[in-house]
Design a protein around this ligand. Structure first.
Ligand SMILES: NC(=O)C1=CN([C@@H]2O[C@H](COP(=O)(O)OP(=O)(O)OC[C@H]3O[C@@H](n4cnc5c(N)ncnc54)[C@H](O)[C@@H]3O)[C@@H](O)[C@H]2O)C=CC1
Ligand SMILES: O=C([O-])CC(=O)C(=O)O
Length: 288
């Protein structure tokens, strides 16, 4: 039996609960949201699917979940330039999540932006070991990178490391062909703006994040040991610490099994160092 808890069942949290139930990834759901009418509606809508899934709304049961997805808090609208700008607005939700997870022995997946900083904050403030604190965003960024590469007929395996935000690091050196700096910078700029194009058109990103999150939930709950880019609290990997950043990991039911240290080229290495500095400086502001 796999129990999935979701804190914040709005656009992303609601969709991932639905996908996890409909794709047979979870057998039980524990759903929580501070908006009672929305919570009630999400539960009812899920029940109307006729899927055979137990649903609890008792927040005390979150602690007993195998996997908890934290997707509570404010999303961006077009007036919010970067994900990092959501830090203070989402701090109350992050702190309340930390309170609910005292004694939690499962895997925590953080979605709420700024995701890397929130993942680091939750790891430090709950005492949950870093292997069990996974930040979600790298799979989504890598998929967006894939689209940008395919539009330019550039072959290879797409991976985006670094911050889930402005300081993201598309890894060009592992593609099948060399890519010159000017094209790299052009693609990077495109990636930095890609989610805002969706937000402007339909109010928020849903399909991409929810499906990749469901895949991540499957990796964890089904113990697949698959490789993915996820945000991990770093302890010297890539020469960085005091932050959480997107890095190549293997994911299993114990969380992050290993962090791979890829040989980055100079362009990527510098961008990764900038990402580490940026995220670490915000982490020190919120983790006391
Ligand atoms: N890491 C990633 O790749 C992605 C991250 N996000 C982020 O996920 C977060 C959620 O986005 P959406 O679902 O679109 O927003 P939303 O507004 O649809 O849902 C957020 C939900 O959180 C609830 N909430 C607020 N404070 C809460 C608290 N303290 N405890 C429990 N529930 C609380 C709200 O009532 C609301 O239902 C945002 O921060 C957004 O930026 C969104 C897409 C992708
Ligand atoms: O851009 C945003 O605010 C939402 C998000 O993190 C994404 O879709 O990657």
């Amino acid at each position: 039996m796999a129990r999935l808890a979701v804190i914040g069942v709005g656009r992303i949290g609601g969709e991932v609960a639905y996908l996890a139930a409909s794709l047979g990834i979870a057998d039980e759901l524990v759903l929580f949201d501070t908006a009672p009418d929305l919570l009630k509606a999400q539960v009812l809508d899920l029940k109307h699917t006729g899927l055979d899934i137990a649903i609890s709304t008792d927040k005390h049961e979150i602690r007993d979940a195998d996997l908890c997805i934290f997707s509570a808090g404010m999303p961006r609208d077009p007036s919010v330039k970067t994900r990092a700008d959501l830090l203070l607005a989402n701090l109350p939700a992050t702190r309340s999540c930390a309170g609910m997870l005292k004694g939690f022995e499962g895997i925590l997946v953080t979605v709420t932006n700024p995701m890397d900083i929130n993942n680091y904050t939750l790891c430090r403030s709950t005492g949950i070991p870093r292997e069990r604190c996974i930040g979600f965003g790298g799979q989504l960024d890598s998929s967006r990178f894939d689209l940008a590469l395919r539009q330019r007929n550039i072959p290879g395996q797409p991976s985006v490391m670094g911050e889930h935000g402005e300081h993201q690091v598309p890894v060009f050196s592992r593609l099948d062909v060399p890519v010159e700096t000017q094209t790299r910078e052009e693609i990077l700029r495109e990636l930095q703006g890609s989610s805002m194009d969706v937000i402007k058109g339909k109010g928020g990103t849903v399909f991409g994040p929810a499906l990749h999150l469901a895949r991540l939930a499957r990796m964890i709950l089904k113990d697949t040991g698959e490789a993915a880019i996820c945000s991990a609290v770093l302890d010297g990997e890539y020469g960085l610490e005091g932050c959480s950043l997107g890095v190549p990991v293997r994911v299993c039911k114990e969380g992050i099994r290993e962090i791979a240290e890829w040989d980055l080229d100079a362009w990527e290495f510098d961008k990764m160092a900038d990402a580490g500095q940026f995220v670490a400086s915000l982490c020190t502001q919120v983790v006391t």
